[in-house]
Every structure is written in C-alpha cells, then in structure tokens.
Design a protein around this ligand. Structure first.
Ligand code: LUZ
Ligand code: MOS
Length: 753
C-alpha cells in the first residue's frame, strides 16, 4: 500500500496551510518579538507604524478579551509580553496589515525600548540561582547508596548535548476567519488541534464550541508543533475576532527560528559502577535541562528522560534526578524522542567512559547488561516480550559485526591518516504518553449509501503517513478495497478532545479508535445481512467486498448490503473510542506501568574519518528493528531512515548556538548545518526482527515515529572511536554535537607521533 499522499506530494498538489485559498479581504499579520532576552519594556510607540499606509491595527496584551495565557501545563506563559520580556523573540505585539510586506515594513517602524536585565542561558547557572521551572524529580530503584561499595570500578563524568532546530519545511502558521455570530474557523499547522481550540477559547473568553479547528496536513512537525503551533493560531484568532476579518499569520523562516523553542539542551553528570565481570551495578545521573523561559512541555520531557535513563539496560541500582532549569531562551519544547535521546546519550557516554578506561570494547559492556524478560525497569514496569538481546544477536549475525570489527581494526592498523570507527547502538523506547490520561482517541466513521467510507480521527498527518495507515485499518476491518476509503481532514467539530499526535502513538491510538467504530458498524451490517439471508449474524462474514454465509460466498456485495441497510434505516455512522488499557503510573512513588509496550532494536554504525581534515562520512548504519508485524513496511522504513538522519544531524552537525545575551547565532541555514544527502549513511540497511507484535499496537504493528531517532546516537560514539584510533591520548569530553571542527581539534589535542 503506497502512501496515499505520494502523488499529491510529488506533483505539488497536496494542500498545506499556505495553499488554502484566501478569502476576499484577508489581512496578514507579523509578530514583533522582544529585542532583548531579559528585561522590562520601557517604551512601545506604534504611532509611525500605525500611520503607514495599509496597516490596519496593532495588537498587544491589553487587547486580549480573555486571559493572556497560553501555558499548556503551567499557567506561566503570556501570549503577548505584559511589561516584562523573558527571551529574545518573545512576542510583544501583532501587526495586522493588508499584506504581509506592509506588515513587515510597519514592524520596523515600531519604537520599542527595553531596560535590559541580566540574562541566564546556562542551565547549571540557573540551577545555582534557584531558577527552576518545576521542583526536581527523582526516579530511584534498588539501594544506590550501598551499591557503590560493591562495585569494582566506578567512573564519573559529564555529558552535554545541544539543542536542535526542528526545521519542519512548513513554518508555523494559522489562517482564521470569522463565521456567523463571530464564531471562528481556524486552519492551523498544529499537531494538537484541541490545544489550539482550547487556548483560543481561553484567550478570547469564549466557550470551546465557538472555535472550530481544521487541519489537512502539516509539512513536518517533529514535536515542534505539539504545543508551539498554538500561539500563532491564537494571535490570528484574536485579530480575526476583533476585526471581523480573515487573518493569516505565517512565520517566515527567520522569525520561526528565532521565536520558537527547540529540543532541550541538557548538561548532565553521571556516575557508573561495574563489577569485575562488567555488570553495571549502579548508575546515578543528574540532568540539568535547559528549559527556556517558560514551562511549555519541559516537565513531561524531563519525565521521559527519567524513564529512559538506562536505555536498553537493566541496572539494579539506579538514581536519576532531573532539574528543569529556567533560562532566558525561547521555551524549549517537544522534539522527536521527547527527552529520551538526551538521557540515552548520557547512559551511552557512561558506558563509553567505562569501556575506554577499562580498555574493552563498549559493546561487551552493552551486551552484558541488556534488559531481559521479566527484569523490572527502574520505574517499576516489568519488561515483557523483550527484544533487546534478540535484536542485538540478530544484528551481530546478519551483518557479521564481529568480522566488521576486525576489519576495522586491521584497517586502522594499516592506515595512518584515515581511521574508521564502529559503535553499536541498542535502543529501547516506551510507547504511550507518559501522562496516562492522554492515551485516548476517537474516530468518526461514515459509510455512505454508495458503499464509500469516510474516516475522521484526531490524528494529524504530518508526513509520517498516519492517514495511509488509518485507511488500511478501515479497509482491512471492512475487507473492502482501499479506494473505497477516504481519510477526512482532522477537525475538532467531527472529533473532539483530541490528544496531540505525538509520542509515536498516532497510529496506535487513532487506529484502535477506527477499529472500534468499524467493529460497531460491522455488527450492524452483519445483522442486516442476516436479515437479507434469513440467517444469524454469527454466520455472516464480509470478505473482499463479498458477503459470505456459513463460509459460502453469496451474491450479495458490499454495495448491495450497504444499500439494503440504509433502506432498513440502520445507522451507517459510528463513533469509536479507545483508551489504552493496562497503563497506570503513581507519581508519588514514581512507580507503575506507564507504557503499553516498548520498541527495541539495535544498530551498528561505521564511520570513516579523514584525520587530516576532521571530515567524516557515515559509511554504514545496519539496523535490526523490532517492527512487530508492520502494517506498512515501506512507510516504516521511511521513518527509520528519517529518524536516523535526524539523529546523526543532532549529534554531529547541528550546532545550535546562543550567545551569552541569549541571541540565537545559528539563526539561518547558512549558520546551522542540517544533514543533507552527503551526511546520511552511504549504506543504510534495515532488517526486521520478526516478532508477533503486541496486542496494544495497532494490528500488532509497533509504533515507529520516535524510536529510530536514537540509532543516530551511535554515529557520535563511532566517530569518537575513530578519533581515538588516531589519537588515543586525546582528552575528548562527552559533548555533542561532534562537529568536524571539534573533531579536528580532538584529533590533535595532546597528539604524540
Ligand atoms: N508528548 C507528550 C510526547 O505530551 N507526552 C509524551 O509522553 C510524549 N512522548 C513523546 C513525544 N511526545
Ligand atoms: Mo512529539 S516529540 O511525539 O510531538
């Protein structure tokens, strides 16, 4: 089954926000962001801007009829700055004009002055000053304090990862127009239409039912639109509501990069204790998360870091503590992996340090400590249907990694200025929103009189092809041709109270809700077929658009059955609801069963390093991935490839840099290097670990969105091994990204010929 969007994408006909035809009289808006990272607004003079021809109105905090508040979890984030500013780019005002060019011109004519205060950009400094977004949180298992004396080796270190720009191709934006009675129609490029609806209602002081949010698809999101699509929709809605005019607000790339949050930078400490036979007995870590200027999703992101503190390993004594630190940077937000990649990097850094100090390959420590069936994760969930070791072993065997390691050793012995490095990267990712209540979804399925089917869900199509999967689910459930099924836009009046499409759960939650509605409809259809055939519903089956009675094909087709059912006045519409069973979590003890299941896999990453220039290639990434029973292997492979490229970019190329005054220096694609075709692996092989797949995965097809991102972390450690093959004495901190510049310096630090 091909991605149903493939032709539209290739021919440029797929509809994104900016392709929606503009209504007559549409106005355009741009946002004025704070020029300083921390301060007080002392002057805001709009007079010149307002008198510029074509400018309609300028809105600020005082124009908000409801609450000036957009915080999704904590009420700590105003839509427009109210006197104080907390990061550079923080929205201060909205300029609305007849066209975007005029609005931009007018923005330059605004006279804004600030009394600048000291900006904090470093999370550890923020922690010292007591600037925390939330109280710290600790996950603990075993008895860490008494474990250290049982360890034969103890190593301590620090590991830092930088942030990451989402770089969705479609920037943030919204288009809002008033309907009758000043109700609002909102088109938004959001992963969370309900969040947009709810927050607009709060900003305008309206009940939610007066705000309709519609989403066709997004040009990428990666977490950046889980809740940071909301403010722009609120601003457009405010202007549309106040002016009774259609208003469009689409950020250009520069505004988007400077005003929105990114992946959280983390600075972390770790301590790892091992026995003589290389069992990890104890692991302690402290994460200093750079949260930015407002809470946003920092708390659940820290939560996921704590859950993934031990990656795919079972460690009997664990203590992980997280500080969400408040800094004067844009509020950092969800990004593919949602805090897990940062934590997994720390775990792998600890293992790498132990391996280097003990002069053994890291893979020996990794393999020895992989989690096994019935081990208990440090948060209390028992590990079931564990595929950590199986995927490891299959990877070793299928790709002959033992031989590869030897070849690389030989290569390094015979080459002086080119070195190779290998790293093995096991992955374990928990599937479910960590907040149990978010694990619910609904669908609305209509069968039309002609037998065609319309499916609405809360899932957002953002390029991951969730709509294709949902279409497959409905077509399979009814056993009808996929062409009979259409995926409708995501709309809050058809499917209400949606969770964002996030946490890799889009296909699982919404797919189960679709199945549920289809099952209801099937029950009704079987009753009606039984009536047609003067039989019992239990004896009816629908297969390939034919009705079977007692396993015998009849001359009743799907179309005939639908027509008959309609005339019988049977409802051909159903709402499906799904709430993940089994999961629960107790925040007071930090123990429970938060995840429906885990996704496992192992990758081997080979890099080739030019030791004269510091330039490198990712030669090979070889993966065994646990798809369960993939519903669409090609789409899933696409997610693996994209995730790996994005992970490699995060740790080797993308250098998100703010200066000490909180100014983003890497604010364009000329200063922020993202992976291109040359940065992706020359060879990328991925084979499935053949498993049944859990019942809680949609049709046993495991969630795919986020887990593969973690394979990219292997590139960092492979590169590190290549550097050390050239210069074993180098003092190389665990500091990502490992850009070519840093690689070059590391190659020649304390270099001895
Ligand atoms: N979003 C969220 C997520 O709200 N909760 C989560 O647990 C999560 N996990 C991954 C990605 N987004
Ligand atoms: Mo996400 S990081 O699943 O929005």
């Amino acid at each position: 089954m091909k991605n149903i969007d493939a032709t539209g994408h290739v021919t440029g006909k797929s509809v994104y926000l900016d392709d929606i035809p503009e209504q007559k009289g549409t106005l355009h808006a741009v946002v004025l962001g704070s020029a300083v990272a921390h301060g007080r607004i002392t002057k805001l003079d709009f007079s010149e801007a307002l008198s510029y021809p074509g400018v309609v109105q300028i809105f600020t905090a005082k124009d908000i009829p409801g609450e000036n508040q957009i915080g999704g979890i904590l009420d700590d984030e105003p839509l427009f700055a109210d006197g104080n500013v907390h990061y550079r780019g923080q929205p201060v005002a909205l300029i609305v004009a007849q066209d975007e060019f005029t609005a931009r011109k007018a923005r330059k004519l605004i006279k804004a002055e600030y009394e600048e205060l000291t900006a904090v950009t470093d999370p550890r400094k923020a922690k010292e000053k007591g600037l925390l977004l939330f109280p710290p949180r600790t996950f603990q298992s075993g008895d860490i304090d008494n474990a250290w004396e049982k360890c034969d080796y103890i190593f301590e270190g620090r590991a830092d990862t930088a942030g990451q720009e989402h770089l969705y191709i479609e920037t943030q934006g919204a288009y809002v127009y008033p309907l009758e009675n000043s109700n609002l129609m909102v088109h938004s490029s959001t992963q969370g239409p309900t969040a947009v609806q709810k927050t607009i209602a709060q900003i305008l002081g309206l009940p939610m039912h007066r705000v309709e949010v519609n989403v066709t698809r997004l040009g990428g999101a990666f977490g950046g639109k889980e809740d940071q699509a909301t403010p722009w929709a609120c601003m457009a809605a405010l202007a549309a509501y106040k002016l009774h005019k259609p208003v469009k607000l689409v950020l250009n790339r520069e505004d988007d990069i400077t005003m929105t949050g990114k992946r959280h930078p983390y600075s972390s400490d770790f301590k790892i204790g091992l026995t003589k036979d290389l069992k990890i007995l104890a692991f302690e870590t402290v994460y200093y998360q750079n949260g930015g200027a407002a809470a946003d999703l920092s708390a659940p992101i820290m939560g996921r870091s704590l859950f993934h503190a031990t990656n795919s390993y079972h460690i009997p004594h664990v203590k992980a503590t997280g500080y969400s630190c408040k800094t004067n940077l844009p509020p950092f937000t969800a990004f593919r992996g949602f805090g897990a990649p940062q934590a997994v990097f720390v775990m792998e850094a600890a293992i790498a340090m132990a391996a280097e100090k003990l002069n053994v390959p890291a893979s020996i420590i990794q393999e020895k400590n992989l989690i096994k069936e019935n081990d208990v994760f440090h948060y209390g969930q028992k590990a079931e249907r564990v595929n950590a070791r199986k995927s490891w072993q299959k990877m070793m065997k299928e790709y002959r990694i033992g031989e590869l390691a030897k070849e690389i050793d030989d290569f390094n012995k015979t080459h002086n200025t080119v070195k190779k490095g290998l790293a093995v990267m096991p992955v374990c990712f928990g599937i479910s929103f960590t907040k149990t209540s978010m694990n619910q979804a609904r669908s609305l399925v209509h069968i039309y009189q002609d037998g065609s089917v319309g499916v609405s869900t809360g899932a957002i199509e953002m390029g991951q092809a969730v709509n294709t999967k949902l279409l497959q689910v409905a077509a399979q459930a009814f056993s009808i041709h996929p062409e009979r099924v259409k995926l409708e836009t995501t709309n809050t009046t058809r499917v209400a109270n949606t969770s964002p499409t996030a946490a890799s759960t889009g296909a699982d939650l919404n797919g189960k809700a679709v199945l549920n509605a289809c099952d209801d409809l099937l029950k009704r259809l079987k009753q009606s077929a039984a009536k047609m055939l003067d039989s019992k519903p239990e004896d009816i089956e629908i297969k390939d658009e034919k009705i079977y009675h007692a396993n015998t094909e009849t001359d009743i087709t799907w179309e005939k059955l639908i027509e008959f059912s309609f005339l019988e006045r049977i409802s051909l519409s159903a709402v499906g609801h799904y709430a993940t069973p089994v999961i629960h979590f107790d925040r007071t003890r930090e123990k429970g069963h938060p995840f429906a299941y885990h996704v496992y896999g192992t990758a081997a990453v080979t890099v080739r390093l030019d030791c004269l220039r510091g330039a490198y290639d990712i030669e090979k990434v070889q993966v065994i991935h646990d798809f369960g029973n993939s519903i669409n292997p090609e789409i899933d492979l696409g997610q693996i490839e994209g995730g790996i490229a994005q992970g490699i970019g995060w740790l080797t190329l993308e250098e998100l840099k703010f200066d000490e005054k909180g100014v983003l220096l890497s604010n364009s694609l000329s200063t922020y290097k993202v992976p291109d075709i040359y940065a992706v692996p020359e060879t990328l092989q991925c084979k499935p670990l053949e498993t049944e797949g859990p019942e809680l995965a949609i049709l046993h097809s495991k969630a795919i969105g986020e887990p593969p991102f973690l394979y990219g972390i292997g590139a960092y450690f492979a590169l590190r091994n290549a550097i050390r093959a050239f210069n074993p004495k180098t003092d190389l901190q665990f500091e990502a990204p490992l850009t070519p510049e840093k690689v070059l310096m590391a190659l020649y630090r304390d270099f001895q010929t």
